[in-house]
Design a protein around this ligand. Structure first.
Ligand SMILES: Nc1ncnc2c1ncn2[C@@H]1O[C@H](COP(=O)(O)OP(=O)(O)OP(=O)(O)O)[C@@H](O)[C@H]1O
Length: 264
């Protein structure tokens, strides 16, 4: 998928992932309320969509349902128009391997592989790339993310920021249609958070579709669209266009004002 493809798809409102009236509960006591209470939302190609909302609103659950990591109880989630319900477990895992990248709050790197090997192995296992392409892409990402020397070390020999940048590279190396990121800056200090957000923003500017859960207004600043979730329902959506560092103060005021209107 080239950036031109995604830019054109975004202009045309191309939907990558759609959720229709999704309900989800984790069982428990009879009558326990749904964690997702009929959520309908679309994720558009080329967007950097952020899911915000109070703690316990169901943000991680929604992200996991949209990526197929969690099953749903009712409603429908579809990738490129194909309902997950029509896919076997094998087909679902093929979609994830070919089209989805994941970044979590902690890097979740394989501890006995170097950062470079963690990135490369993901590329080698991807059905999207030849071995040569996987190596070239891993090399390019290591350079672009500024982790050339850290890449030679094991995860326990590098800083948290370096490890998390490697986790982003691992997600991007397969050239996924969409990157799902759950609080990717949650365990980072402010400087490392800003660097990681710069990387996600640059990747989005190059056409990468991103869906990210965050509590952090500074992270939401980078989004092109914010979805606000409360008590398992979408309360509001804000389209804010592409991030512009020079206008970030005005943008932050707009977002904080909108979040206040949602009851943030
Ligand atoms: N595996 C699980 N089993 C049972 N209950 C769960 C499970 N995962 C989440 N929950 C519950 O579902 C609700 C929503 O959780 P979720 O993590 O999706 O919310 P969130 O908005 O991401 O919260 P936070 O911002 O605190 O991370 C919470 O009440 C949580 O305790």
């Amino acid at each position: 998928m080239t950036s031109e493809d995604n830019a054109a798809k975004r202009r045309s409102g191309h939907v990558v992932i759609s959720a229709e009236n999704v309900r989800k509960s984790y069982g428990g006591a009879a009558g326990s309320s749904d964690v997702l209470d009929g959520v309908s939302v679309d994720v558009f190609a080329g967007d950097f969509t952020v899911i915000m909302g109070p703690s316990g609103a169901g943000k991680t659950t929604l992200l996991n349902c949209l990526s197929g990591l969690e099953s749903i109880d009712a409603g429908e989630v579809a990738y490129e128009g194909t309902s997950f319900a029509r896919l076997s477990d094998r087909q679902m895992s093929d979609v994830r391997a070919a089209s989805f990248g994941f970044v979590f709050q902690s890097p979740r790197l394989v501890s006995n592989l170097t950062l470079y090997e963690n990135i490369l192995v993901a590329g080698l296992l991807s059905p999207n790339l030849t071995d040569r392409q996987a190596r070239d892409k891993a090399d390019a990402l290591v350079r672009a993310l500024g982790i050339e020397s850290a890449a030679r070390h094991l995860p326990n020999q590098v800083s948290g920021g370096e490890a998390q940048r490697a986790a982003v590279a691992r997600a991007l190396v397969c050239e996924p249609s969409i990157v799902f990121a759950d609080e990717p800056t949650g365990a980072l200090n402010q400087a490392n958070s800003e660097e990681l957000l710069d990387i996600l923003c640059e990747s989005n500017a190059a056409g990468q579709t991103i869906l990210m859960v965050t509590h952090d207004v500074k992270a939401a600043l980078r989004a092109t669209r914010i979805v606000y979730l409360r008590d398992g329902s979408v309360e509001g959506e804000l389209d804010i266009g592409t991030y512009d560092k020079a206008a970030s103060a005005a943008r932050e005021r707009e977002i904080v004002g909108w979040l206040a209107d949602q009851g943030w």
